[in-house]
Design a binder for this molecule. Structure first.
Ligand code: PAP
Length: 308
C-alpha cells in the first residue's frame, strides 16, 4: 500500500492548516485511510448479485439515504419503535466498501454503501450488475456542508477556516470525493449504459416530496409497499423515523464516536448539522454563485443531466 500511495499525487489543504492530505487515485481525491480500504476492496471485494449499492459524493445526503434504505429493507423485522436506527448511526447500519477492513459485509442485508466514484468500484460489482442508488445534491449546499464538516474532522474551529478558500479548492475539483461533477457524471453515464439498474435521487426533491421518493426507492430496492402498508401509514412512519429532526435528536447521534479504531476522529454528530435546502445563500457571494453555476453548466452540458 505504501508503494502505491507514494506514486499518487497528494494535496494538503492549507485552509485546514495542513491537517488534511488527500490522495488522487483514478482521477478523484481521497482520504488516505478510505483509499487504502478502497484499493483493498478493488483487489478482494466479491459482490453478490443481490447487493444493492448506495452511492454518493460526500455531503450529498448519504446519511439520509442509508437510513431510509435500511428502514425500508428491514421493515418486516423492525418498526419505528424497535429499529436499530434508534441506537445506531445510519453509517453503521450499512457497511461501506471502503471501510470493509473494519466493518464486514452483513449476511442478511443486501445493502452496501460507498463514496467511491463509479470507475473505481471493484470490478466484481460491475460484473454482477448490482442495482445502484445514487443520491446527489445542489453543489452549493454540498460545499457549505463540507466547509462545516472538514474542520470538525481536522479538529479546528470552523471560524478559523476561510469559506473563500474552501470554495476555490472545490471549484478546482479538489475536495474529498471530488471533482464533484465528475463523481455525478460517472454514475449518470452508468445509468444510461445500464438502464433500469441505476436510479438517481435528488436531495432537494426528497425534501420537497419525501413520500413519492421513498415509494420509488422502495420499488427500486425490490421492497415495494403493499396497499395495506400504505393504508397503515408505514411510508409516513419510515419518513418520520429517518427524518433529520428525529435522527439528529437521538442520543446516539448526539454523542457517540463510531470510529473505535481512531478515537475522536469522527463523532456521530458531525453527520447532522442543518439539513436545509439553500443554506448556501448565507455563504456565497454573487460572484461565487455565478462562477460555480457556470462551471456546472459547462461540465454537464450535453450529458442530459439537469441539476436545477
Ligand atoms: P457523509 O457523506 O459524510 O456521510 P452526508 O450524510 O452525505 O455526509 O451529508 C451530510 C448532510 O446531510 C448534512 O447537511 P448540512 O451540512 O447541510 O446540514 C446533514 O445535516 C444532512 N443530513 C443528515 N441526516 C439527514 C436526514 N436524516 N435528512 C436530511 N438531511 C440529513
Amino acid at each position: 500500500m505504501e508503494e502505491i500511495l507514494k506514486t499518487l499525487p497528494q494535496h494538503t489543504c492549507s485552509w485546514l492548516k495542513g491537517r488534511c492530505t488527500f490522495y488522487k487515485y483514478e482521477g478523484f481525491w481521497h482520504f488516505q485511510n478510505l483509499l487504502e480500504g478502497a484499493i483493498l476492496a478493488q483487489q478482494t471485494f466479491k459482490a453478490r448479485s443481490s447487493d444493492i449499492l448506495l452511492c454518493s459524493c460526500p455531503k450529498s445526503g448519504t446519511t439520509w439515504l442509508k437510513a431510509l434504505a435500511f428502514a425500508i429493507v428491514t421493515r418486516n423485522q423492525f418498526d419505528e419503535s424497535s429499529s436499530p436506527l434508534l441506537t445506531t448511526l445510519p453509517h453503521l447500519c450499512i457497511p461501506s466498501i471502503e471501510n470493509m477492513i473494519h466493518e464486514p459485509m452483513k449476511e442478511n442485508l443486501p445493502l452496501v454503501a460507498t463514496h467511491l466514484p463509479y470507475a473505481t468500484l471493484p470490478k466484481s460489482i460491475l460484473a454482477s450488475n448490482c442495482k445502484i442508488v445514487y443520491i446527489y445534491r445542489n453543489i452549493k449546499d454540498v460545499i457549505v456542508s463540507y466547509y462545516h464538516f472538514m474542520p470538525k474532522v481536522s479538529k479546528l474551529p470552523v471560524e478559523d477556516v476561510s469559506f473563500e478558500q474552501v470554495f476555490d479548492e472545490v471549484y478546482q475539483g479538489i475536495s474529498w470525493g471530488g471533482p464533484y461533477w465528475d463523481h455525478i457524471l460517472g454514475y449518470w453515464k452508468a445509468s444510461q449504459e445500464r438502464p433500469g439498474s441505476v436510479i438517481f435521487l435528488k436531495y432537494e426533491d426528497m425534501k420537497r416530496n419525501a413520500r413519492s421518493n421513498v415509494t420509488r426507492l422502495a420499488e427500486f430496492l425490490g421492497y415495494p409497499f403493499s396497499a395495506e402498508e400504505e393504508k397503515a401509514g408505514i411510508v409516513e412512519n419510515i419518513i418520520k423515523l429517518c427524518s433529520f429532526e428525529n435522527l439528529s435528536n437521538l442520543e446516539v447521534n448526539k454523542s457517540r464516536n463510531h470510529h473505535q479504531n481512531e478515537p475522536g476522529f469522527m463523532e456521530n454528530e458531525y453527520f447532522f448539522r442543518k439539513a436545509t435546502d439553500g443554506d448556501w445563500k448565507n455563504y456565497f457571494t454573487d460572484e461565487m454563485k455565478n462562477k460555480i453555476d457556470k462551471l456546472m453548466d459547462e461540465k454537464l452540458s450535453g450529458t442530459g443531466l439537469v441539476l436545477k
